[in-house]
Design a binder for this molecule. Structure first.
Ligand SMILES: Cc1cc2nc3c(=O)[nH]c(=O)nc-3n(C[C@H](O)[C@H](O)[C@H](O)COP(=O)(O)OP(=O)(O)OC[C@H]3O[C@@H](n4cnc5c(N)ncnc54)[C@H](O)[C@@H]3O)c2cc1C
Ligand code: SF4
Length: 446
């Protein structure tokens, strides 16, 4: 285990940020990771609990106490083993070490009455050092199976599936309808949270492992007039794909954005977040776009209080918005969670992102009643305050307000995968429109 008395001796150390006025000038990453010595001390804080709650709190079940211990030991050999341990459960720690919300830390036993071990920052330090030292190399299969697999969608799920299948000896082709690989990591999450060179480096590794990537190819069909990002130049039907490959893995994500069908929704200036964010990512990648959706000099209202909303805030501020306001339907949560009640689960508490710190008004318990406009263009939003009683949302009489708005971004989550793609493969859907899969059948669709 780390250091027996480490958790008593050392405080948690957060990763640093470039100051807001500096980072707002560009779209580059601004988190300053831990150095080797700092990571060692943070690893020393791990208590190697008999039941490591962090390990089951992590969605990919990272073997956290083991890599914490190795980083604490600190020899080069230990760091090399730490990346082996980390890669044993996680194909892309450079993604999770940057953007994972770290439910492991909520589940850390130290979090009961102290500050959790900085697991995510240790993970970040391990993988960045591993790449810098050249310890991440292609892993070629010893035997080829002669089987072919098509992976539909190149987000993190598709990439991880493709990498594992290729390493198991199958011939894998990843199909992506957009022009670059990476799913929402590429066209959603802003560069300032995760630069796209991390994806490119993995794609190179996977190509060396035998994975073929075909971008600009839509598999199945998209609904008429869909606003889901689709830059495909070619379409392959589900039947043709099934005929060409021994197996198909569907990893198309949940791209259907939740809409807000209130009066005025059709006005120019009301957009899904996923119409706004990918455009900036394309510009950052060096593409030229005509008529980019921009926030410069505008009053921006972001509707939705989650991560996507926060990314709209950060991007709008980088554009030079006049004001940015973010709405959340739910009331403002407490700054500190009720740990005895919530631990080891993900707690509801006020989360202030780096984008919020860069400048943003946050409004809680507020709903949008109407988008207002002149000559077809958005000029404002009509809102109403909410009271929550017994889980029900009640509008407060007489609390209507009108706020100026030139750009409204809908960031209210995603409802389901695009239905026509699932339909093309004849996949049964559950009541929420997700692919129906059963834990008893190892998550296979029906
Ligand atoms: C703005 C934003 C910010 C986020 N921030 C965070 C964060 O900070 N931390 C975090 O943990 N998560 C974050 N997320 C969520 C995270 O990005 C997703 O959970 C994750 O990308 C889902 O991975 P996926 O592989 O399932 O799907 P996706 O990333 O959605 O990838 C699916 C891919 O499949 C392609 N595709 C779909 N259908 C077809 C088809 N028929 N033919 C060909 N290609 C197809 C799509 O074009 C897409 O590229 C964020 C999401 C958004 C939108
Ligand atoms: S940061 Fe995320 S991926 Fe990494 S250990 Fe924690 S939960 Fe798992």
């Amino acid at each position: 285990m780390g250091k027996v008395t480490g958790f008593l001796e050392y405080e948690r150390l957060e990763e640093g940020y470039e100051p807001a006025p500096v980072r707002l000038k560009n779209y580059k990453e601004f988190v300053i990771g831990l150095n080797v010595e700092q990571a060692k001390q943070q690893g020393a804080r791990c208590m190697d609990c008999g039941t490591p709650f962090c390990n089951s709190g992590c969605p990919v079940n990272n073997v956290i106490p083991d890599f914490n211990d190795l980083v604490y030991r600190g020899r080069t050999e230990d760091w090399k083993n730490a990346i082996l341990v980390l890669h044993s459960t996680n194909n892309f720690p450079e993604f999770t070490g940057r953007i994972c919300p770290a439910p492991c830390e909520a589940a850390c036993t130290l979090n009961v009455n102290d500050d959790a071990v900085g697991i995510k920052s240790i993970e970040h330090a391990i993988i960045d050092r591993a790449w810098a030292e050249g310890w991440v190399a292609p892993q070629l299969p010893k035997v080829k199976t002669g089987r072919t697999v098509a992976v539909v969608g190149s987000g993190p799920a598709g990439l991880a599936a493709a990498q594992q299948l290729a390493r198991a000896g199958h011939s894998v082709t990843v199909f992506e309808k957009n022009d670059r690989v990476g799913g929402l990591l590429r066209y959603g999450i802003p560069d300032f949270k995760m630069e796209k060179s991390h994806i490119d480096r993995r794609v190179e590794q996977m190509q060396a492992e035998g994975v073929e990537f075909r971008t600009g190819v839509l598999i199945g069909a998209m609904p008429e007039g869909s606003r889901v990002t689709n830059w495909a130049k070619e379409t392959i039907s589900a039947d043709d794909l099934k005929a060409q490959f021994d197996a198909v893995v569907l990893t198309g994500g949940a791209e259907q954005s939740r809409d807000l069908p209130v009066p005025g929704r059709e006005l120019a200036g009301v957009h899904f977040a996923m119409e706004f964010l990918p455009q900036q990512n394309k510009i950052n990648a060096g593409d030229k776009l005509k008529g980019q959706l921009r926030a410069d000099g505008k009053h921006v209202i972001v509707i939705g209080g989650g991560d996507t909303g926060s990314d709209c805030v950060g991007t709008s501020n980088r554009h030079g918005a006049k004001s940015v306001t973010q709405f959340e339907l739910l009331p403002q949560p407490p700054e500190v969670e009720d740990r005895p009640l919530t631990w080891p689960y993900w707690p509801i508490k006020l989360r202030t992102s780096s984008s919020h710190e860069e400048g943003c008004e946050r409004e809680f318990a507020i709903a949008t009643k109407e988008f207002l406009g002149e000559k077809g263009k958005l000029t404002g939003v009509k809102t109403v305050r909410l009271q929550w009683q017994g889980g029900k949302m009640i509008e407060v009489e007489g609390s209507e307000q009108i706020l100026k708005a030139d750009l409204a971004l809908l960031a209210m989550g995603f409802t389901a995968p695009v239905a026509t793609v699932l339909d093309a493969f004849g996949v049964d859907k559950d009541v929420r429109g997700n692919g129906k899969a059963s834990t008893e059948r190892r998550w296979m669709s029906t």
